[in-house]
Design a protein around this ligand. Structure first.
Ligand SMILES: N[C@@H](CCC(=O)N[C@@H](CS)C(=O)NCC(=O)O)C(=O)O
Length: 278
């Protein structure tokens, strides 16, 4: 890895839930791609679990619940930090979403989206992560996360030209690889939608509106990849998926929260056509 590379912190809470969904609650920010993964799997499986939405703007106090649509009806937290503090008073890392919360013990069970989507799938019958496809799904998840989904962040938060160049190359080689894969497959692992698809989708939805501009991933736009665009449109049109995509929140979050990248906090008007919403 190059000097000046962005390194994401490891998720701290990785426990398995005790009991079923009714005992739990999900905290997300729809602005956040890792949160949207969890929100999508909750929505498409019809999982009955309560959900609270953090406000898209984040300052040094972290994810907040200022009220209205962005209220925490379960614990009345003003900041998600409070949930981290009661779970582990010695926690000094960054307060991240999504969070799976145990209402009985009053603690965070898990704050890793990759785990949370598997838990949700198990609670709803396990059809999105079938045993015979697991190895293939895991292999896809590995490079897609590394090169593409975390790669856009590494490009955006690079502190050197070299680190940026390396991340940029990874992002576009992953997009080329996905484009080639989708030339003869409907979904990543074949004819059926799996967790690999729902994990990937949030990054594709944000690509042209945010990563292309804000994170300098401007080699090409998503709409220039015909197979990926077809695939994104298909997934976006599945029942309940569009409800989890809050474009205004996404744009507000990225363009107003990262002052080192966009100090004037001006939110771009475009793109006028994302290609998958119509
Ligand atoms: N590995 C975690 C990453 C979650 C994550 O990084 N979330 C971001 C929002 S997109 C966050 O909450 N960051 C808080 C911060 O950096 O202060 C997951 O996938 O659940």
């Amino acid at each position: 890895m190059s000097a000046g590379a962005f390194v994401r912190q490891q998720s701290k809470f990785r426990d398995r839930p005790e009991g079923g969904p009714e005992r739990h609650h999900l905290y997300v920010a729809l602005a956040c791609p890792w949160s949207q993964r969890a929100a999508i799997v909750r929505a498409v499986t019809g999982l009955e679990i309560g959900i609270s939405y953090a406000h898209p703007f984040r300052d040094e106090r972290g994810w907040a619940f200022p009220g209205g649509r962005f209220a925490d009806e379960i614990n009345g937290f003003a900041f998600l930090q409070q949930g981290y503090d009661v779970t582990d008073p010695s926690f000094e890392g960054r307060v991240s979403v999504p969070v799976l919360w145990d209402k009985e013990t009053g603690r965070i069970v898990n704050n890793e989206s990759a785990d949370i989507v598997v838990i949700f799938d198990e609670w709803t019958g396990g059809t999105l992560y079938p045993a015979d496809k697991r190895a293939e799904i895991d292999e896809l998840n590995g490079w897609i996360y590394e090169e593409f989904q975390n790669g856009v962040y590494r490009a955006g938060f690079s502190r050197s030209q070299e680190a940026y160049d390396e991340a940029f190359r990874g992002v576009f080689s992953a997009l080329d690889r996905l484009e080639a894969l989708l030339a003869d497959r409907t979904y990543l692992a074949g004819d059926d939608i799996t967790l690999a698809d729902w994990r990937l989708l949030p990054t594709l939805l944000r690509f042209d509106a945010v990563y292309h501009t804000h994170f300098r991933c401007n080699g090409k736009r998503l709409i220039e990849f015909p197979n990926l665009l077809r695939y994104t449109r298909d997934l976006y049109a599945q029942p309940h998926v569009a409800e989890t995509f809050a474009l205004d929140e996404v744009k507000e979050h990225y363009y107003t929260t990262h002052d080192e990248l966009n100090p004037k906090r001006i939110i771009p008007q475009g793109p006028l056509d994302l290609g998958f919403t119509a």
